[in-house]
Design a protein around this ligand. Structure first.
Ligand code: FES
Length: 107
């Protein structure tokens, strides 16, 4: 089991336990984290799981696929250098303790 922290739009922090192999969009939805919509279920077509990866973890989440890179250009909150799609961040031991800030708005 790994842990991830979501920073919500109101600044509150939510720590959740996440099984390895589960992506952060699924973890957020399963734990009732507000602000992650995940309309497409992780198919990389909705951009409603937009997060900003906090310092220290940006290098650990791995390179993004061309599709993710493309869809991040269409996020409601606007893209930043540390933008990622939560559905593409799959938890592993290396990501234990990851902190992501939820983009606002998502739609
Ligand atoms: S859930 Fe749709 S792009 Fe991530």
């Amino acid at each position: 089991m790994t842990q991830a922290t979501f920073i919500c739009a109101d600044g509150s922090r939510r720590d959740v336990d996440v099984s390895m192999g589960i992506n952060l969009m699924r973890a957020a939805c399963d734990n009732g984290i507000e602000g992650i919509v995940g309309d497409c279920g992780g198919a990389m077509s909705c951009a409603t799981c937009h997060v900003f990866v906090e310092d220290g973890f940006a290098d650990r989440v791995g390179a993004m696929e061309p599709n993710e890179n493309q869809i991040l250009d269409f996020t409601a909150a606007g893209r930043q250098p540390n933008s990622r799609l939560a559905c593409q961040i799959v938890m592993s031991e290396a990501l234990h303790g990851i902190i992501v800030r939820i983009a606002d708005p998502q739609v």
